[in-house]
Write a protein of this length. Structure first.
Length: 323
């Protein structure tokens, strides 16, 4: 059993938050991120004491191992997601400070829930994570390490087992995908490319509130007015709950579908909540979270809706049942 006298223990334990943040951005799944970090620590503690003592920088060792575990998981995840029922959307994260009663875990200094330890910055908003899903595993890992976490390409190369030049090319290719999707970019990218405006969180909060009110009122005309004419709504039920298997396109079709949902589920409660760092909506039925919706804006209207209904992805949202 580990004791405080073990060499490097504070540094090893102290890396957990960093590793969870890294793995979530690489994998887009809190459950998979937890597995990756658990596997990383299992490999550390499987080493003999002399081998642990021989590691000059335990933090760097853990990051390297976690990166390689994530690369392996990304490769297998691509195969699994090809067989996934319907669309696959990254797992949404709450801002746990919004829930009545505070974060889970009893309010200790370090909650046991990884969702409490994910930094909700622009690199985890849903639009950005969806773009990351379009990248190859190597592109995604190189981009996250360099552009999000600011690792020099020499260190990235050591972690992924490629040359610095190859990693630079991978990150460049990943940036093209980000720009093509018009997704928010990271602070690192803004420092070297054309400045891009911040995500308008305040404006989004106002728009999401108006959207919520129109939905509650079953006002199709108001919903259509808040949606971009070319808007798209994508839902993720994972085959575990009923939902559309293909994206719903167009403002009027989306509005009518939302009213249809409200008619089918009387008593549905909509809550304004932060979803991956930006204003979103949570739908509850009989006190149980059934949907978490993230929004993407374009020119003051809702252009994208990502509705996560897969109950396996709603695990971090269970405290909202106490509201």
């Amino acid at each position: 059993m580990s004791t405080p006298s073990e060499p490097g223990l504070p540094e090893v334990v102290g890396e957990r938050r960093h590793l969870i943040n890294l793995a979530y951005r690489m994998l887009g799944s809190l459950a998979e991120a937890e597995d990756a970090v658990q596997e990383t620590y299992a490999r550390w503690y499987a080493m003999s004491r002399p081998r642990q003592e021989a590691v000059a920088a335990p933090g760097a060792w853990l990051t390297t191992v976690a990166t390689r575990v994530c690369l392996d998981l990304l490769g297998s995840a691509r195969v699994r997601r090809e067989r996934y029922v319907g669309a696959w959307i990254p797992e949404p994260l709450p801002d746990r400070r919004e829930w009545v009663g505070g974060p889970s875990g009893g309010g200790g200094a370090e909650s046991a829930d990884p969702a409490d330890r994910i930094t909700l910055d622009e690199s985890v908003n849903m639009a950005f994570l969806v773009v990351l899903e379009s990248m190859t595993p190597a592109e995604r890992v190189a981009f996250v390490l360099h552009d999000v976490f600011r690792y020099p390409f020499a260190e990235v190369a050591e972690m992924v087992g490629r040359t610095p030049a190859a990693c630079r090319q991978l990150a460049t290719s990943a940036r093209r995908r980000v720009r093509a999707a018009q997704a928010p970019v990271t602070p690192a990218e803004r420092s070297v490319d054309t400045p891009v405006p911040e995500v308008p969180a305040v404006g989004q909060a106002v728009l999401v509130r108006r959207f919520k009110e129109a939905w509650e009122a079953k006002d199709i005309e108001a919903l259509v007015g808040l949606l971009d004419p070319e808007a798209t709504m994508t839902a993720d039920g994972g085959g575990l709950v009923g939902t559309v298997l293909r994206p719903v396109d167009g403002s009027e079709r989306i509005a009518r579908y939302l009213i249809h949902i409200a008619d089918k589920a009387p008593g549905l409660t909509l809550l304004e909540r932060t979803v991956n760092g930006l204003p979103g909506l949570v739908a509850q039925h009989a006190g149980v979270t059934v949907t978490v919706a993230a929004f993407g804006l374009d020119d003051g209207r809702v252009a994208r809706i990502w509705a996560v209904r897969n109950p396996e992805k709603l695990r971090p949202w269970t405290p909202c049942g106490q509201n």
